[in-house]
Design a protein around this ligand. Structure first.
Ligand code: 3H9
Length: 723
């Protein structure tokens, strides 16, 4: 059969792989059926194998190009769903060996095969490209290259640990493999990861020319990778490399607290390649891949990947309810402070027009500068051009009145946390923009209470962003019984448009994230009441896997802010949320935390943290007398109430599912990703064990550790939260 692409030589409908040839240049096209992306699975491997054999044997073929049939993505790596069904290290190792052999074959092809990349080339996808003779990519924002395996608790298992360092240098490869970060097309070209960048419109034609040239044996113009003095000094000799590997290991251990085995296994595989040659490196890579594929950490990280993916498609509406989201083109933001400016920053980057309103022009200007500073930083990192920055900044307009609000689709308020102030702005907004959705970014006031001032309560909703907005991935959308389906659908869709992972929760004090945080923070304070030391508490919880300890978190958030929410939570939930004496006294003492350079810790003039402020101990009921508490005890006393509260939120219908509860905790407060989230962690511990531990604590501290009824029910039935 002949098509525009030439004569089709082979076609496998089941995998979507085809081989065609046109005037000597073959095209291997991958278009996986029923899937938005191309993945590598055990079915497609043998088909590629046959195609490579055909290319080699067919005298009419000079060389080939490997292209994707998907509009904007190349190959997204191994099929993660298939990987999670691996049951033994031996099986995982065999999978990796299979991938390595296929790509070794590709790399050894006497005829040139080139990777023609438009869209994401990730994991095994990039490993295929690395095995090709030449890589040509489009200079397009959708074209990104990465080895994100460590983010799934894995290592690149199809030769990536060997080919990448030889392609881009050891340190650049370590950086990519140990972080999994995306490399944009231009950077990929600068670092030598791809040979050539072209505009998408000429990709095909240039690729054909390159195949012909390579087949003729012509040398192609290759951009010589500039190697800095550091690279030459450290990478070209064994001693220098030993230093690089040691530093990489130290950095990984410092960053991960030893909780993530994948980066260390990747380093071991890369090092084995340098020390004993590529074959030894590949063996180590496959061994590491097999062991990691069945590890608990991998299982939890993969669960987070699938939960996040599922949330991308979730409308946020209850089952059976449908509503079309309104397209949000222009928004108003009330309050140009830290949060307001942060929201404006993410909004304009998604192309939304923003009206930023505050009481004075000075404040509006300060908000505008905050947006500009984030964009400038992106220019500095070459993620944005100056022109793009100027275009983006021009989307922010400032005002001290409601001018320009008449046609906004959505207003987000980030004004002072006072219900009277919220009511006033809500009334004003509904007068000037009656059709706009009104979203509150409050973290403490129930949305229902705010909505009492509304003419259109169905248009009132909560959008709880986390600080700093441009970095924190979560958005908690809070709905009241009166919030309309269209309001919810619109806000959820918009949250996603600005790059957030969105969970929809029901209204209630603290919503979800702050509610589960409250008993954890309070119990940490109570440990201080009993004489535990501040650093012991923080260290125990960093040891558990939180990014910072609870006492540090209080200093970071601000003690005044924590002081506001404490009484609200205690009024709503009683004993188990009552703030500790130490917490109350430290707030009364006027300490504000890091922002005022005075909190539980001391800070220098630049705001850099020094040590614990020993003066704080005189404020504790233990009045300076100290007790030694083990990390285990500290973790049990603080983490169990957080898990218990998460179950109560599920029981009360605050969250819709354990999945949302896990994602909210991981993305909102940094609950250790390798533990999968509160519900997955509960499943791992077993409800019976947790109930027994809570009962024992509750006997010692009545009313604070009473297990949630649903948790008891799970313990009795033996059911898990996740299937
Ligand atoms: C690896 O490669 C190991 C090798 O080194 C060694 C092998 C021996 N597998 O995110 P989206 C699905 S490890 C299975 O909504 P986007 C996804 O679940 C792998 N499924 O789209 C969803 O399915 P559904 C390393 C995958 O445009 C649909 O595609 N690779 C995979 O926002 C759409 O996804 C990675 O870690 C996969 N690899 O983002 C890349 N990829 O429609 C992981 C996607 O049924 N993937 N799906 O809900 C991503 O980062 C993003 O999905 C991507 C697209 C950027 C590709």
């Amino acid at each position: 059969m002949s098509t525009a692409m030439g004569t089709v030589l082979m076609e496998d409908a089941a995998t979507g792989v085809s081989l065609s040839v046109h005037e000597g240049v073959a095209t291997v096209r991958y278009d996986q059926p029923h899937s938005p992306v191309n993945t590598l699975n055990t079915r497609v491997g043998p088909v590629f194998e046959q195609i490579f054999a055909r290319i080699e044997q067919d005298a009419s073929i000079l060389g080939a190009m490997l292209v994707s049939g998907k509009a904007d993505s190349w190959i997204a790596g191994a099929d993660i769903d298939e990987l999670r069904r691996v049951t033994s290290p031996v099986e995982g190792e065999a999978l990796s060996r299979g991938g390595q052999q296929l790509l070794n074959r590709l790399a050894a092809m006497p005829k040139p095969v080139i990777a023609v990349i438009h869209g994401a080339a990730l994991g095994g996808g990039l490993e295929i490209a690395l095995a090709c003779r030449y890589r040509i990519a489009t200079d397009h924002p959708k074209t990104v290259l990465a080895l994100p395996e460590v983010q799934l608790g894995l290592l690149p298992g199809a030769g990536g640990t060997q080919r990448l360092p030889r392609t881009v240098g050891l340190q650049a490869a370590l950086d990519m493999i140990l972080t999994g970060k995306n490399i944009r097309a231009k950077k990929a070209w600068q670092m030598g990861l791809v040979h050539e960048l072209v505009h998408p419109s000429i990709l095909h034609d240039v690729a054909v020319t390159r195949v012909r040239a390579l087949a003729r044996g012509d040398a192609l113009p290759v951009r010589a990778r500039t190697r800095g003095a550091r690279e030459v000094l450290l990478e070209d000799n064994a001693l220098g490399r030993t230093i690089v590997f040691r530093q990489a290991r130290d950095t990984v251990l410092k960053k991960t607290g030893g909780h993530y085995p994948a980066p260390l296994a990747a380093i071991a595989a890369i090092q084995a390649g340098y020390l004993h040659g590529e074959s030894a490196g590949l063996l180590e890579e496959a061994r590491g891949f097999g062991a990691l594929a069945v590890s608990d950490v991998c299982r939890e990280l993969v669960s987070i990947f699938f939960a996040t993916t599922a949330l991308k498609k979730d409308s946020g509406l209850s089952e059976g309810v449908t509503a079309d989201p309104v397209r949000v083109r222009k928004i108003g933001i009330l309050g140009a402070g830290f949060m307001g400016a942060g929201i404006a920053t993410v909004a304009v980057q998604a192309g939304t027009l923003v009206r930023l309103k505050d009481a004075s022009l000075e404040r509006v200007a300060a908000g505008w500068r905050a947006v500009r500073d984030v964009l400038r930083e992106r220019v500095k990192r070459r993620q944005l051009t100056r022109l793009q920055m100027d275009d983006t900044l021009s989307l922010v307009g400032g005002t001290t009145d409601y001018s320009g609000f008449a046609n906004v689709d959505l207003v987000i308020e980030a004004v002072f946390e006072d219900v009277a102030v919220k009511h006033a702005v809500l009334r004003e907004v509904q007068a000037v923009a009656p059709r706009a959705i009104f979203a509150s970014n409050t973290s403490t006031i129930p949305i229902r209470e705010i909505a009492t001032a509304a003419v259109h309560p169905e248009q009132v909703v909560g959008m709880h962003f986390f600080s700093p907005v441009h970095k924190m991935p979560l958005l908690e959308v809070i709905v009241t019984p009166e919030t309309s389906a269209q309001t919810t659908a619109t806000v959820v869709a918009y949250g996603r448009q600005i790059g957030k992972t969105v969970i929809v929760v029901r209204d209630g004090p603290g919503f979800y994230v702050n509610r589960i945080l409250a008993p954890y923070i309070n119990e940490s304070g109570k440990l201080l009441d009993e004489g535990a030391s501040i650093d012991a508490v923080d260290e125990a919880l960093v040891g558990f896997g939180f990014p910072v300890g609870p006492i540090t978190l209080l200093d970071e958030v601000g003690l005044d802010i924590a002081g506001k929410s404490g009484p609200i939570m205690a009024a709503a939930f009683g004993e188990r949320m009552r703030p500790s004496v130490t917490l109350q006294r430290i707030i009364e003492s006027g300490r504000l935390g890091r922002k005022a350079k005075r909190g539980f810790y001391r800070y220098d003039a630049q705001g850099k943290r020094q040590g614990v402020d020993q003066g704080v101990y005189t404020l504790t009921p233990a009045s300076g007398s100290r007790v030694t508490m083990g990390a285990d005890e500290i973790q049990r006393r603080t983490v169990l109430p957080m898990l218990n509260e998460a179950v109560r939120c599920l029981e009360d219908g605050i969250i819709r599912s354990p999945r949302d509860g896990d994602i909210g905790a991981v993305f909102g407060i940094g609950f250790p990703p390798f533990r999968g989230g509160p519900f997955r962690f509960l499943d791992a511990l077993g409800a019976v064990t947790v109930v027994a531990q809570l009962d024992a604590l509750n006997a010692r501290y009545p009313g604070r550790y009473e297990p949630a009824a649903l948790l008891r029910a799970k313990a009795a039935s033996g059911e898990r939260f996740h299937p």
